[in-house]
Write a protein that binds this ligand. Structure first.
Ligand code: IPE
Ligand code: IPE
Ligand code: MG
Length: 262
């Protein structure tokens, strides 16, 4: 059991909670949503929400690492987010630069290793450099993997994976009969966080209850937790609460609960 962990109650109070160490999710993925609404509620421009959201990423990274999570995947920019205004996209492209400039020493101190999945070749040069440098500076760390989905889209990821497999067939490295679920899984971007390719827990903030082109293959048996909290107001106590909810779930993977097989 972990000690001194707290969660928020529906009444807004803070309550001590014991998480079950044996049932910790190993891979947690988060759709960090609600930055724009958080800012607009305060009469601020949308980008103010992204700025505050970046600070929340730092807090949640540290909390996740302290909780012993192996992989934390954060959806930071989708292949569809290019549809936003030039001003907003440009701000979002600067965020990784700001984030890594200030946070890499903390990542090193916490033994956290950075990984990025997505079509990074389409990001501005400065963003690519920030990402590349952060990966390089944390490559020897052996603790939690902080995995950013940056210019990531699951449908595009699947298309890329299918092409890789098709090329192997054309090159006679693989026969069609040899293609199985493992082949597909290995062709996806989450192979970079193997053996934790599939999230145990997916959290989406902001009250929206949809997947928005995130990890379509990998979420097949993930537990989904939706919270009304907007990302800029999400706190370590909320993460604990969401993990607590995960631990109450009965993951059956299509089977029958133990002892109920009669
Ligand atoms: C999530 O917050 C951050 C990104 C998608 C980059 P949003 O910017 O989507 O915030 P809302 O959903 O408009 O409130
Ligand atoms: C999903 O949020 C993408 C990220 C959090 C990076 P969106 O705000 O883009 O998703 P929709 O448009 O509400 O589906
Ligand atoms: Mg949104």
């Amino acid at each position: 059991m972990f000690k001194n962990l707290f969660k928020n109650t529906p009444e807004g109070e803070i309550q001590e909670v014991n998480l079950d160490e044996a049932k910790m999710p190993q891979h947690v993925a988060i759709i960090m949503d609600g930055n724009g609404r958080w800012a607009q509620k305060r009469g601020l421009p949308r980008v103010a929400g992204h700025k505050r959201g970046m600070e929340v990423v730092k807090d949640i990274t540290k909390a996740s690492s302290d909780l012993g999570i192996k992989v934390l995947t954060l959806y930071a920019f989708s292949t569809e987010n290019w549809k936003r205004s030039e001003k907003e996209v440009s701000f979002l492209m600067d965020l990784p630069v700001k984030f890594f400039n200030t946070f890499v020493p903390d990542l090193v101190e916490n033994n956290v290793k950075v990984n990025v999945m997505g079509y990074t070749e389409y990001l501005p040069e400065k963003t690519q450099k920030a990402v590349h440098d952060a990966i390089e500076q944390t490559k020897d760390n052996t603790g939690m993997i902080l995995n950013f989905a940056l210019n990531y889209g699951a449908r595009a990821e699947i298309v890329t994976g299918v092409k890789k497999i098709a090329q192997k067939v054309v090159d006679h490295e693989l026969s069609i009969d040899e293609i199985n679920e493992d082949t597909v899984s290995k062709s996806l971007m989450t192979e970079s966080v193997a053996p934790y390719n599939n999230p145990d827990l997916l959290i989406r903030t902001s009250g929206e209850e949809r997947i928005s082109n995130f990890l379509l293959w990998q979420l097949a048996y993930s537990e989904l937790v939706f919270t009304d909290k907007l990302w800029p107001e999400y706190q370590p106590a909320d993460l604990v609460e969401n993990i607590y909810e995960f631990q109450q779930r009965d993951r059956r993977f299509g089977g029958v609960k133990e002892g109920k097989n009669k």
